[in-house]
Design a protein around this ligand. Structure first.
Ligand code: ADP
Ligand code: ZN
Length: 731
């Protein structure tokens, strides 16, 4: 298997994200590698894929027990042989893992750094075929990192005790030069390949609000997210705020939990698990919460207080949208928050044991960092650009996905309209300006178009319902996102880039913020079905004892709700779906989708009056007539009596069709060639008779009448007739 096949087979993804493929290639070529990627960018795959492709086992050093358990649980769920070794194992479990490890059973073993100088472990490790040793959260090895852990210094000693030097790799989200060189040095990396992936997370939407009533804004945000089935974190500055906000959310009926250092360990674990397992939707927390939380479906992070610096903000906000789906990062800021933040900084120095000069130096550094954070909160410009500049990257000045750049826009799946526009650009020969393209799409019948034959291309008029402003708006987004280029001169000629092709082929969807088009309804996934699938996911997760997001991410569910796969093959094509997941879960999800769809078409049939089933409930109250009736009269009486929304025509067609299927009637034509029914020699069995008539113009015909007996026959077989009507309708 090559790396793409491994990616799809084990993880269900079609493409690598920025930086991943390069890192993987370098590792596979045997080179030490240091990967710096922002939180949520996908560091784990960078070592997991080589681990799967190389012979032997990869040792992953990881700082947190919960993180290891999470990773191993999801790997095992993906059919990968993985285990962890940390203090949570019993003696028996520990020896079982070691035994299997020496038998070469695992592809990945996660270990806590403290284990690395245990003689038992080192002895087993020397018997294993170790292809790679990877250090996760590698900044922990640096004194300059935020979370220095002395036990990380055991890693190089361990590596040196092995009979054969494995490839040494390390990953972190901390980019400063100092930390990076420290990592390379401390881990004794040899000529490492080093890559720093851009810090931009395009799927995150940034917003700053200056509310006059914070809790009011918070509640209205949460209400909206909740109705969409989204899960998220509300970060507060103090424990007291966490308590208050959490209480308030609960009072309002939201499913919320809390997390801060003032709770007991077991309370914290409980509430963290409730959140991970989707038992609660909202986590109110101080910054103590989050390190090592790989919950991929956190789809919003609201800051109710001001973080102490931009690093912390970006790290906390970055916990949203790890699965790549559009997510919101919202800072609620009031001037008072600044004083709280300053107070907290000052307080931390009062309690510290640093000498005054040193303390003063650090304090003023922290205050400067806070000022940068406040500048973000008061930023009058693109928020993303501000953040990227802060980390030493340049932004585009207009990201199109922050509250500054899109003050009156909504995040929308614009794929369908993008396809229309790009296909129009293509079909008109990539030689017209944006305004002509818009004219073609809107189908304006102007001379300028008709004289050039542009009214005969297939995209002519396909966006007749959209406004010009909307089409231009989408074009700008497509240009910003690099799907089309627009010439710099007055002609503004549009051309497609290579990125356009996968969109046109339907392989890639585009989400972007656009101004709402009044004449436009967004092609989007079915929210109701999405909520049903979420529910099902929770049930399946509970049965399997794993967190729901490890079954499918929200992004996969929304794609499922929009594509509605009906068989395993189309199911397997959804992003994030692997072969194993298809085998294990496809049936249940497909069933739920088709059940939902059937319900919808039943509703629709009911609305249109073509569903006859309401009649079944009242069939005993339908009065029969002693004198023979035409089928139409019979139907009218039955329906009127029941007050049901069934249409006469639907019922009549079902009845006569069913009689034909039983050969109690037959299809025929009248003297003018119109189709009609006629009696057969068996009609009398069911009480159906034909009355010979002569019409006003001397035209002779048979009128088919239903005697009391025939009416009774219908009622007795109503179940069958209703079923027949439904089958005919469904083809
Ligand atoms: P990090 O460790 O960098 O914070 P993770 O490795 O936990 O990030 O990855 C974050 C999320 O992104 C995970 O849910 C992971 O499955 C997903 N992911 C990683 N790589 C890809 C990819 N190539 N395509 C789609 N999703 C990916
Ligand atoms: Zn912006």
């Amino acid at each position: 298997m090559n790396k793409y096949e491994t990616l799809k087979t084990y993880f269900g993804y079609d493409d690598f994200r920025e930086g991943q493929a390069d890192i993987i290639d370098n590792i596979l070529s045997g080179r030490d590698t240091l990967g710096v990627m922002p939180t949520g960018a996908g560091k784990s795959l960078c070592y997991q894929i080589p681990a799967l492709m190389m012979d032997g086992v990869t040792i992953v050093v990881s700082p947190l027990i919960s993180l290891m358990q999470d990773q191993v649980t999801s790997l095992v769920g993906l059919g990968i042989k993985a285990a962890y070794i940390n203090s949570s194992l019993t003696q028996d479990q520990y020896y079982t893992v070691l035994r299997r490890a020496s038998e070469g059973w695992y592809k990945l073993i996660y270990v806590a750094p403290e284990r690395l100088d245990s003689d038992v472990f080192v002895k087993t490790a020397c018997e294993m075929d170790i292809s790679m040793i990877t250090t996760d959260e590698a900044h922990c090895i640096s004194q300059w990192g935020q979370d220095f852990r002395p036990s990380y210094l055991k890693i190089p000693q361990f590596t040196e005790r092995l009979p054969r030097r494995p490839i040494v790799t390390a990953f972190t989200a901390t980019a400063t030069e100092r930390v990076r060189s420290d990592i390379k040095h401390q881990l004794h990396m040899k000529d490492p390949y080093e890559t720093v992936t851009g810090f931009d997370r395009k799927n995150l939407y940034f917003e700053v609000r200056h509310p006059s009533d914070k809790i009011h804004d918070l509640l209205s945000l949460v209400r909206k997210y909740d109705s969409e089935g989204r899960s998220g974190i509300v970060y507060c500055s103090t424990r007291k705020d966490v308590e208050n906000v959490c209480d308030r959310l609960r009072e309002e009926g939201f499913s919320a939990s809390r997390y801060h250092a003032g709770l007991t360990e077991s309370e914290r674990r409980h509430s963290q698990e409730d959140f991970l397992f989707d038992r609660v939707r909202i986590m109110c927390a101080t910054n103590a919460f989050g390190m090592g939380i790989d919950k991929s479906n956190v789809s919003f992070v609201i800051h109710y207080g001001l973080p102490k610096d931009v690093e912390s903000y970006y790290q906390e906000a970055g916990r949203a949208g790890r699965d790549g789906s559009p997510s919101d990062c919202i800072l609620l800021y009031t001037a008072r928050d600044r004083f709280v933040a300053e107070f907290l900084i000052n307080k931390s120095f009062e309690e510290s044991s640093l000498d005054t000069q040193e303390a003063e130096r650090i304090r003023s550094r922290d205050m400067a960092k806070l000022r940068d954070m406040v500048r973000y909160a008061n930023q009058d410009g693109c928020l993303r650009t501000y953040i990227l500049n802060y980390f030493g990257e340049s932004g585009s000045h207009s990201c199109g996905n922050c509250s500054y750049c899109c003050s009156d826009t909504v995040l929308t799946d614009i794929t369908t309209d993008a396809q229309k526009i790009m296909s129009c650009v293509y079909r008109s020969g990539q030689k017209y300006g944006i305004s002509t393209v818009a004219n073609i799409l809107m189908g304006d019948g102007s001379e300028a178009l008709t004289s050039r034959g542009l009214d005969s291309i297939s995209t002519y008029g396909i966006m007749a319902d959209s406004s010009r402003r909307y089409i231009r708006d989408i074009c700008s987004r497509l240009e910003e996102l690099d799907y089309i280029t627009v010439s710099d001169d007055d002609y503004r000629i549009a051309r497609l880039t290579s990125k356009a092709l996968p969109v046109l082929r339907g392989e890639l969807r585009i989400n972007a913020r656009v101004r709402e088009d009044k004449a436009h309804t967004a092609a989007n996934y079915d929210k109701e079905l999405f909520l049903i699938l979420q529910e099902l996911r929770s049930t399946v997760a509970k049965v399997n004892g794993v967190p729901p997001y490890s079954i499918f991410t929200d992004l996969t569910l929304s794609e499922m709700a929009s594509k509605c796969p009906t068989d395993a093959r189309s199911f397997a094509r959804l992003s994030g779906v692997t072969k194993i997941k298809t085998e294990r879960f496809a049936d249940r999800f497909i069933d739920a989708i088709s059940e939902y769809k059937a319900g919808k078409s039943r509703d629709k049939a009911l609305r249109q009056g073509s569903d006859l089933s309401p009649l079944l409930k009242i069939k005993d109250s339908i009065e029969l007539s002693d004198s023979p009736l035409t089928v139409t009269t019979f139907c009218e009486r039955a329906i009127e009596k029941s007050g049901s929304p069934v249409k006469v025509k639907s019922l009549r067609d079902a009845i006569t069709g069913w009689f034909v299927s039983k050969e109690l009637l037959t299809n025929s034509h009248d003297s003018e060639g119109r189709s009609c029914k006629a009696v057969t020699d068996r009609s009398a069995e069911a009480g159906i008779v034909a009355e010979h008539r002569v019409g006003s113009k001397g035209r002779e015909y048979d009128r088919i009448l239903y005697t009391y007996e025939a009416q009774k026959y219908i009622i007795d077989h109503l179940d069958e007739i209703v079923r027949f009507g439904k089958e005919v309708k469904n083809g």
